[in-house]
Design a protein around this ligand. Structure first.
Ligand code: CA
Ligand code: CA
Length: 147
């Protein structure tokens, strides 16, 4: 495997985790990233599946957000829990998706994730502000499927 085939280096992975930590300082929403090689179904459908596999519905306010990426399929999707759906429309994630898409197009995977995470955090802040008694309800570590 050449360096080019690696979606994120170890250092870049650490930066993505840091971005999640930063984003979660603004909001009670919980952001996770799942990366796998490919998906045979629509990325959004797969994102919903992974969301449940990771038990991301286990947040008090039902405000978990999964950023799902299928690296070889060159697909990604953002899936929010029902607490978010109750407050916003489907276009809520458009700005986040746009930011990510432009970086992915330029081959900058790390920046796509970092900026997507920070943007998602900013948007979540309006509906789910950070609470004094915040706990880290969902791990900030990257989730990885078959790569
Ligand atoms: Ca939290
Ligand atoms: Ca978290």
């Amino acid at each position: 495997m050449s360096t080019k085939d690696i979606f994120l280096t170890k250092e870049e992975e650490a930066e993505v985790v840091e971005a999640i930590q930063m984003a979660e300082k603004n909001t009670s929403g919980e952001i996770r990233v799942h990366i796998e090689k490919e998906t045979s179904i629509a990325p959004m459908e797969r994102a919903v599946e992974v969301f449940h596999l990771l038990q991301m519905e286990h947040t008090k306010e039902r405000n978990g957000v999964l950023i799902y990426v299928a690296t070889q399929s060159k697909q990604f999707a953002i899936c929010g829990d029902q607490g978010i759906h109750e407050k916003v429309t489907n276009s809520f994630w458009d700005a986040t998706k746009e930011v990510m898409l432009s970086h992915f197009k330029n081959g900058n995977n790390k920046q796509a994730l970092v900026d997507g995470i920070l943007k998602a955090g900013e948007q979540l802040k309006n509906y789910f502000p950070f609470q004094e008694d915040d706990t880290d309800e969902l791990s900030n570590e990257l989730s990885k499927g078959e790569l």
